[in-house]
Structures are given as C-alpha cells and as structure tokens.
Design a binder for this molecule. Structure first.
Ligand code: IMP
Ligand code: MG
Length: 184
C-alpha cells in the first residue's frame, strides 16, 4: 500500500475500543468453554462470511476438541454504515447439518436480521442442536427478537472496524476493534 493511502487509512480509526490482547484473552477463554461443552460431540462451527473469518480462524485454534468448520455467506444490503433489512443467503453449507451440533460464529449482531435468517435456515435442516456465538453484540440496535448464547463483548451503538469487520471492504486486517470515524 502506498504511503498516501496509508495516511487516509489511519484517519478512519477514531480510537481503539477493544485491544488485540483483550480479544486474544476472550477468544482463548471461549475456546476452552466450547471444548468442555462439546466434548465427545460432533461439533460444526459455522461462520458467516466474510466478517467472521478472522474470528473463526482464531477460535478454531483455541478449541482443543475435534471439530469441523463450515462457511455460509449472507448478504445484507448496506448503504454506507446502515443495513437496509434485505438479507439473502448467497452461499450454502457443504455439510449435512443433521449430523452435527452447530455453533454459528458471527462477527457482530447489529439489527439481528442476518443472524435470524441464517438461524431459521439452519434450524429448518434439523441440526442436533443450534447455538449462536458472537464476537460483538450491539444490543441497542436490535430490530428483531434474538439473543446470542455466547457473546464476547457488548458494545454501544458505534460503527466498528477491524478483526474481520469492514467499512467498504477495508480495515478487516486491523488486529484490534476500533471505532470508525468519518474523515474530516
Ligand atoms: P445485522 O444488522 O445484525 O443483520 O448485521 C449484518 C452485518 O452487518 C454483520 O454481520 C456485519 O457484517 C455488518 N455490520 C453490522 N454492524 C457493523 C459494524 O459496526 N461494523 C462493521 N460491520 C457491521
Ligand atoms: Mg460487512
């Protein structure tokens, strides 16, 4: 990346709200919990692309029991930092979920619309069980009734970037979670 682009890049980072170390500690702890809870059970961690790809990669390595991973893609139509409410499943799982205890691994629950759609879809395929795990939860923004089974961090109504989360497809590679700030 060129220096000029890099300068612009950092202008959008208002402040760090969750550090790399805080994420590491929480992910390690969550890995331990899952390893205990799903011991001797066929576990499938399902990530919804793209936002949860980094979280899933770290979480999967923090889980010490055998498990599989799977990917789905859902598109929530975005205008800037606001989702429009239309959610479409654009990529299905390869696995037959009826053979697994499924844990959906999400980056963030905002309005809850994406997750609700994905949950209903997986539920309709008859998994052995279904739970939801999210890195971030923004409960103030919820528009549909929905609660996660595990949430690592609850945050206020900020638009955040980093650790997989994007603004316009950028900033996913930040190692921490930062509040996004418009350029002045
Ligand atoms: P929903 O509103 O709960 O359906 O959220 C849908 C998707 O919007 C999430 O999975 C994220 O990919 C994205 N999203 C929601 N809030 C944020 C945010 O603060 N930063 C970056 N992406 C977000
Ligand atoms: Mg996104």
């Amino acid at each position: 990346m060129q220096i000029t682009n890099m300068e612009k890049f950092h202008k959008h980072i208002k402040r760090v709200i969750i550090s790399e170390d805080e994420i590491k500690t929480a992910v390690a702890r969550t890995g331990e919990i899952l390893s205990m809870e799903y011991k001797d059970k066929p576990l499938l961690l399902v990530s919804i692309l793209k936002g949860a790809y980094i979280f899933l990669a770290d979480l999967s390595r923090a889980v010490t029991i055998p498990h599989e991973i799977g990917f789905m893609a859902a598109k929530s139509y975005f205008e800037g930092t606001e989702s429009s409410g239309n959610v479409e499943i654009t990529m299905d799982l390869a696995q037959d979920v009826s053979k697994y205890h499924v844990v959906i691994v999400e980056d963030i629950i905002d309005t809850g619309r994406t997750l609700k759609k994905v949950m209903e879809y997986i539920e309709s395929k008859g998994p052995l069980s279904l739970k939801v795990l999210t890195l971030l939860d923004k409960p103030d923004r919820r528009l549909v009734k929905l609660q996660s089974d595990y949430s690592l961090f609850t945050i206020p109504d900020y638009f955040v970037i980093g650790y997989g989360l994007d603004y316009g497809e950028y900033y996913r590679n930040l190692p921490c979670i930062a509040e996004f700030g418009e350029e002045v």
